[in-house]
Design a protein around this ligand. Structure first.
Ligand SMILES: Cc1ncc(COP(=O)(O)O)c(C=O)c1O
Length: 372
């Protein structure tokens, strides 16, 4: 299906990248990186050029999220997946509770569940349903995913947790764009290849004093095995010196910093509003067309960062994705591979403009309606 579809040139988006990560990196970031010449790439990460870049990222995030002065911004290699294990091993005392609604939140649960001394519990809803994390007094760590990238579910609120409980939020795909008061969390972390428009491989973790203290306490417990790559003490000590845990991908830090600067020009609220405007457009379009529907039925859980739209079985969504890619018009809107749905998954990240989202929806309608 759609193999001979010809798209009207006036519906060509200004950039074809609508994927949920790695996502649209502005070409200007790549050029500005090249312009640093011999002063950054290929220099030591323990010397001022890279340390100043790390400091800019830390301070840029402090200002963007209006962080409390006592928050720690720690970074290292490995991305959010590494943090699942690093938190399980180094931040959970005895028990963690996981609110799951898709692949990534479940992966985090599975990571903790496989650590023999942790009692991990899963509070799951079926894929396509939303989840609201709540406080559970009997656990010392609560795990929730701000935006479940696989299904397009955004949590609608944060629980108030007790003084001995860490509230950890995986903000990998919703961070910077989905509503969340970071100061109400203890560990807010992300990989930067989504809204933060950088490359993968890095983790950023914003820690409250409570999370920092817990991590340092467990790190000092010599009876616990912690792999060298997951040592919170080194990670925190280095972040205090404006350094990453170990040798970072410098280009990744550069692009991350460029994006933070870009978003700081307008501020967190405006970035959230921008995501909401695009989400309203996409969900409105899905509700209006008889051959489309929103995968997430409960409106309050529909993400403002990743939209999942079901398509009538008469039309093969993956064939259309393939054709639009071939034409060079649109990349990356296939459904999450393990979900196996006839649907589009569309990133609404800050760098993807509303005008391009409008072109994308018109293009999909045009293609499907040409088959009617
Ligand atoms: C919500 C969420 N958590 C975790 C991850 C894993 O991130 P990484 O591949 O950078 O480890 C992803 C990746 O897409 C994600 O979307």
């Amino acid at each position: 299906m759609f193999e001979n579809y010809e798209a009207p040139s006036d519906l060509r988006p200004s950039d074809p990248r609508f994927g949920c990560g790695p996502s649209l990196v502005p070409v200007s970031f790549l050029k500005s990186l090249a312009d640093t010449g011999v002063e950054l790439m290929g220099t030591s990460h323990r010397k001022p050029a890279v340390k100043n870049l790390v400091k800019d990222v830390q301070e840029g995030l402090r200002s963007y999220f209006n962080l409390n002065a006592d928050a720690t911004v720690a970074m290292g290699n490995g991305g959010a997946t590494l943090l699942f294990d690093m938190m399980g091993l180094g931040m959970v005392d005895k028990s963690s509770a996981h609110f799951t609604c898709g692949e990534f939140s479940q992966k985090w649960f599975k990571s903790h569940n496989s650590i023999p001394w942790i009692e991990a519990s899963e509070h799951a809803v079926e894929y396509g349903k939303g989840v609201t994390p709540t406080n559970i007094d009997s656990v010392d760590f609560i795990a929730a995913t701000l935006n479940e990238t696989s299904t397009g579910v955004m949590i609608d609120s944060l629980p108030k947790v007790g003084e001995n409980t860490i509230l950890a939020i995986d903000a990998t795909s919703g961070g910077a764009q989905c509503p969340c008061d970071v100061n109400q969390t203890d560990a807010y972390f992300f990989s930067p290849q989504k809204v933060f428009a950088s490359d993968g491989g890095l983790f950023v973790s914003i820690l409250s004093p409570k999370a920092r203290e817990r991590a340092l306490k467990i790190a000092s417990d010599k009876s616990r095995y912690i792999p060298g790559i997951m040592d919170w003490k080194t990670c925190i000590d280095n972040s205090d010196k404006n350094q990453t845990y170990n040798t970072p991908a410098i280009a990744t830090l550069w692009m991350l910093n460029e994006q933070i600067k870009l978003m700081n020009k307008v501020g967190y609220q405006a970035v959230q509003d921008n995501g909401k405007a695009k989400a309203d457009h996409v969900y409105g379009w899905a509700n209006e067309k008889s051959y489309l529907s929103c995968f997430i039925e409960e409106a309050q859980y529909r993400s403002t960062a990743v939209a999942t739209i079901n398509v009538d079985e008469k039309f093969n969504a993956s064939d259309l994705c393939k054709r639009l890619h071939e034409l060079g018009f649109v990349y990356g809107i296939e459904s999450y591979r393990k979900l196996g749905k006839n649907q589009f998954r569309i990133a609404l990240f800050y760098n993807i403009t509303l005008e391009d989202i409008q072109k994308l929806t018109s293009l999909i309608s045009h293609a499907i309606e040409s088959e009617l």
